[in-house]
Every structure is written in C-alpha cells, then in structure tokens.
Write a protein that binds this ligand. Structure first.
Ligand code: TXA
Ligand code: MG
Length: 340
C-alpha cells in the first residue's frame, strides 16, 4: 500500500490505478471511501472481499459532476413528481453529503447494486474526489474505507491502520470535514424516504421537496444495509445514554465518557464527589463545547477512533439532540452500541 498526496500528479496516478482495476482509498467531505471502477466487476468484487462486506450490501456510485448521473441512473424511469424532486435536490444539494437511490442503468454491474433494480449515486463535495472520479471512468463505487461493521475513517491513517495492504493506494487529504456519511434518500418509492440519516439534515431536504418518510426499522434481511443494527463499532464496548442518565453516571477510572456538549460535562463533573485529585481526566471527551451538531458530527468518528486506541474498558456516550446532524450522530452511536 502506498500513501499519496492530493496533488494533481498523484491524483492522476491514482486515477490510472482505478482504471486498471486497482482499489484506491480517497477523501470525500464525509469519510474516506474505498474506490473501485464502478464498471469493473472484478474490482467491485475485491471491494467486498477487502472490506469483508456481505454481497447483499450495495455500494454507492460516486460521480464527478451532475451530468455524470446518467452514467449510473436512468431518470426516465422515475415518475413525474419524483423526477422533479430529484432534479431539485441535485441542483441544490450536490455536490454534498446526499446519496440518491434511483432506477439503475444496465451498464452498472449487478455486483455494485447487490442485484437491486436501483442504484445509489452521490456527487462528493471534495476537489480531490471530483478530480479522481473525472480522470477515471466517471463512476467510482466507494463504500466507506473501513472493514465491514467497524468505525468509518475520517483520516488517511484510519484507512492505513484498518485496511493496511489490502488497499493499493490511499490519497491523503487530511481530516474529513463533515465526519459522518451521506444521507441516503430513496427516490424510487411512493414518496421519498430516508434510508440512512447523514450529512444533510432531514430539515434541509424537506425545505426543498416537502415531507420525507423517516428511516424504517427493519427486521431480517435488509434493503438498505446502513440499517444493519451493529455497525460503525469501536472495539471498546459502547453504551449510549440519554442526557440525564449520562449526567447521573458515577466516575469510572477505566471507562471513557463521551459528552455531547460542554454543559453536560460540567454538570456531570459537579456531581462527582469521588474524583481522584483534580482533572483533566484521561477519558473525558466532548463532541462540541457549544452543542453544535455539525461540529459534533465532524468530531464523532475521530474521537471514537482515539478513545478506541486508548484501551478503556468501556465508552459511555451521551445522545445528541434530535435536530440538525443529531439524528445522524445518534444513528452511528446506536449502531456502535448494538454489538452482537
Ligand atoms: O458518505 C458516504 O456515503 C460514504 C463516502 C465514502 O461517500 N460512503 C458510504 O458508503 O458510506 P457505504 O457503502 O459505507 O454505505 C452505503 C449505504 C449503505 O447503507 C447501503 O446499504 C446503501 O448506501 N445503499 C447503497 N445502494 C443502495 C440501494 N440501491 N438501495 C438502498 N440502499 C443502498
Ligand atoms: Mg460504511
């Protein structure tokens, strides 16, 4: 595995590697993706192998510009209202952390979409990602660049540490800006439905196209595997608490505490009578001092990776509020907590 920069020269090299069927991890605004040429079944098969990802879990096709949508999706198959809403979302929210589920074009191999008649498409808001995709075939399949079920990577080092030589190249673009994966929105049903909360808040989508259906709890075989219960998990067992329950917890020298905001941490500290000496205490982290969900999302995986390395016996995490990127954060924390 080689780590490259995001210079034009290195991106051109990486694009060449993609075209010859190799795997390239690259930064997007959300998390690092493990890229493969979206038209190359052998490369797609390797993505599943490298991630140890079940074949029933379809990949997102990444494009470099809105016009590239036609490479992967057939918008003619959408009925009028859905078509109009799709056009509006592409115009207003792309590039950005929104993935649209649309009718699939035949040219995209079945492997990419796990045999579904639909395809997930996204235009990332990241210059290196856009250049890489534009210089390759224009359609790059990329799941998050982590082993299946583990924490998503927000830095090149996370990819290196988790995938090592199983990936050919990593483009190092530094820390990702949004920090949680894209919102996945299904446009092919009777009304648009969020399959995975993510980097674009539901409120933002609804302001453009009206009400959307929330994520559905699914049992058994999944149609959108972001919905698998255990996912995004640190190695350290994690428990999720509502604010008041979190503040009422006792100090545990071997446990880490991940607070949503500074106010919760301060209230918790005030309630502790038996703290050894004075702070700072090693495992206390805050996702956003001011309680801003966008900032908290950007810090989420990064902080979990860090706490995971420090070897605590457990991580106790506070729920985020239910607005803005709060639902995306809670979705990831819930899945991190649900270890089977
Ligand atoms: O932000 C992101 O979306 C990142 C970056 C790399 O772009 N990618 C990412 O990919 O999170 P991945 O594979 O980890 O998650 C893709 C999600 C999964 O939950 C998958 O089930 C869903 O999208 N998905 C893909 N194709 C689908 C389809 N045709 N129908 C329903 N869900 C689909
Ligand atoms: Mg993933």
């Amino acid at each position: 595995m080689r780590i490259l920069t995001v210079s034009d020269f290195d991106i051109a090299l990486a694009a060449e590697a993609l075209r010859s069927g190799r795997l390239v991890a690259f930064p997007t605004e959300t998390v690092y993706g493990l890229g493969a040429d979206g038209f190359n079944p052998a490369a797609l098969a390797r993505v599943f192998e490298v991630k140890n990802r079940p074949r029933f879990d379809p990949l997102i096709i990444h494009i470099a510009r809105v016009e590239g949508l036609e490479l992967a999706a057939d918008l003619e198959l959408l009925e009028g209202e859905a078509r109009r809403k799709t056009d509006l979302l592409c115009e207003k929210l792309w590039p950005g952390p929104l993935t649209l589920i649309l009718p699939k074009r035949r040219e995209i191999p079945e492997l990419a979409t796990a045999g579904l008649a639909t395809v997930a498409v996204r235009l990332p808001d990241h210059p290196a990602a856009q250049k890489l995709i534009a210089l390759s075939t224009g359609a790059v399949a990329a799941p998050s660049a982590n082993p299946f079920g583990r924490l998503s990577p927000t830095r090149a080092e996370h990819v290196r540490d988790q995938l090592g030589d199983r990936v050919d190249l990593i483009l190092d673009g530094g820390r990702t800006r949004v920090g949680v994966e894209s919102t996945v929105l299904d446009m092919t049903g009777p009304s648009p439905r969020i399959l995975r909360p993510g980097g674009v808040p539901q409120e933002r989508i609804e302001a453009l196209i009206g009400p959307v259906a929330p994520p559905q709890e699914t049992e058994g075989p999944v149609n959108a595997p972001g919905q698998l219960k255990s996912h995004y998990a640190p190695r350290t067992p994690l428990t999720l608490y509502e604010k008041d329950a979190m503040i009422a917890l006792d100090f545990d020298p071997r446990g880490a505490c991940l607070f949503f905001d500074g106010a919760s941490r301060d209230r918790w500290l005030q309630g502790q009578r038996d703290l050894p000496g004075s702070g700072p205490f090693p495992g206390i982290r805050v996702l956003s001092e001011e309680g801003n969900t966008t900032e908290a999302a950007a810090n989420l995986f990064d902080t979990l990776h860090e706490l995971d390395r420090l070897g605590f016996s457990r991580i106790r995490a506070e729920e985020a509020p239910p607005s803005g990127l709060g639902p995306a954060i809670n979705d990831r924390l819930c899945k991190a907590a649900a270890r089977e």
